[in-house]
Ligand binder design. Structure first.
Ligand SMILES: Nc1nc2c(ncn2[C@@H]2O[C@H](COP(=O)(O)OP(=O)(O)OP(=O)(O)O)[C@@H](O)[C@H]2O)c(=O)[nH]1
Ligand SMILES: [Zn+2]
Length: 361
């Protein structure tokens, strides 16, 4: 019989009689997959959850430990949510998908993790202040933050970024890795201990799926080729939400956790660029786009060297990131429709091929 300790269970008191402890490994609509010492079971929530819960935060999520009434011939019944030692939540104002709760305030998207891997790419998307903001989020979650700088293989001079971060946050471990070459992978071993749980926090495209694949030591997710324009990638999600690695450590990867990577508070960015923005008032046109307009203070400053071009480029990329963050919901919708379009065009191609073949015969 499997011991639930394998899944990070630390309760020493035996559960009330008739109840079986377990850990939620997957959640689809209102059906839960729960790992127990009697194996993996499917379960639903006891009605009292719907009647008594004030907020969605009181509902179990992936990573939660629960007590359930085991049912051999059908769905088991989750009766108790055990206290969480760490959690990530997001605000959910929509209320739908949870028709039973009218005022949805907080939705927990992952619970009971030990480490928060803050992923940031060492490519041209590298952004120090973003890492600091993730760090704040991670510290509030109750997990221990670990900064992972990804794609070290395409950043030959990454030691500078590495040193900058290490010096600013001496109390947080920082590792530079490459999922493609395996560089630095061994540095992660101390976190991959049996019973420990990890979550990933980071922008879309930083390499979360790729790292997960490396840790799984097999391809579980289709990593799609990066889109050149914005250094972001995307992937197709057809996988579990709590993974057991060969090492005995676990990784939680829920759609909600992925979205959290986009809920990247945007305040604090603009403050860092007053030297750039104060020039805007000196452009001839109020709506100057600083591209080719006459008497543009920015273009002039770049030309005479009083504003460094790199500084301006940094400003532009942060602005793009801002609109990306503010627009995260439409980003996600676009992402979905992009995927649909791909699926559609694949289908179209198939159809055409079939037709072609039909002509042939
Ligand atoms: N050169 C290099 N590219 C990498 C590395 N890791 C990931 N990539 C590339 O970066 C792109 C995005 O990687 P993913 O693993 O899909 O990123 P993600 O964070 O899961 O992205 P989302 O699913 O959108 O959240 C892909 O094209 C990967 O091949 C790495 O170590 N080196
Ligand atoms: Zn201008």
């Amino acid at each position: 019989m499997m011991k639930l300790e394998t899944y990070g269970y630390t309760e020493t008191e035996p559960p009330p009689s008739g109840l079986l402890p377990g850990r939620v490994t997957e959640l689809r609509r209102e059906r839960f997959t729960v790992m127990t010492e009697c194996g993996e079971v499917t379960a639903v929530l006891k009605g009292a959850f719907y009647h008594n819960a004030e907020m969605r935060a009181d509902f179990p999520c992936v990573g939660d430990f629960v007590l359930l009434r085991f049912n051999e011939s059908g769905d088991s019944l989750i009766v108790t949510l055990l206290p969480r030692r760490s959690k990530f939540s997001r605000s959910d104002y929509s209320g739908h998908g949870a028709g039973y709760v009218k005022t949805v305030l907080e939705q927990v998207v992952a619970a009971n993790f030990d480490y928060v891997f803050i992923l940031s790419s060492l490519n041209n998307d590298f952004n120090f202040s973003r890492i600091m903001r993730y760090l704040t989020q991670a510290r509030q979650s109750g997990g221990q933050p670990v900064v992972i700088l990804t794609k070290a293989d395409i950043a030959p001079n990454y030691s500078l970024s590495l040193a900058e971060i290490t010096q600013s946050i001496p109390d947080v471990p920082v590792h530079a890795i490459s999922s493609h070459t395996g560089l630095g992978k061994n540095e992660l071993d101390p976190y991959l201990k049996p019973g420990k749980t990890i979550v990933f926090l980071g922008m879309s495209g930083v390499g979360k799926s790729s790292l997960l694949n490396v840790l799984m030591e097999q391809e579980v997710m289709k990593v799609q080729e990066i889109r050149k324009v914005d250094s972001r990638g995307r992937h197709t999600t057809t996988h579990r939400q709590l993974f057991m690695l060969l090492s005995g450590a676990m990784v939680i990867d829920t759609p909600g956790m992925r979205e959290l990577g986009l809920f990247d508070a945007d305040e604090g960015i603009r403050a860092g660029f007053t030297d750039v923005e104060q020039r805007f008032s000196q452009c001839r046109f109020n709506d100057c786009r600083h591209q080719s307009e006459p008497d543009c203070a920015i273009l002039t400053a770049i030309e005479d060297g009083s504003l460094k071009r790199e500084r301006w480029n940094q400003y532009i990329s942060q602005q793009q990131e801002n609109s990306f963050v503010q627009d995260k919901s439409s980003y996600l919708i676009n992402k979905r429709s992009r995927n649909n379009t791909t699926a559609l065009s694949n289908r179209e191609t198939k159809k055409k091929e079939t037709r072609k073949n039909e002509y042939k015969t």
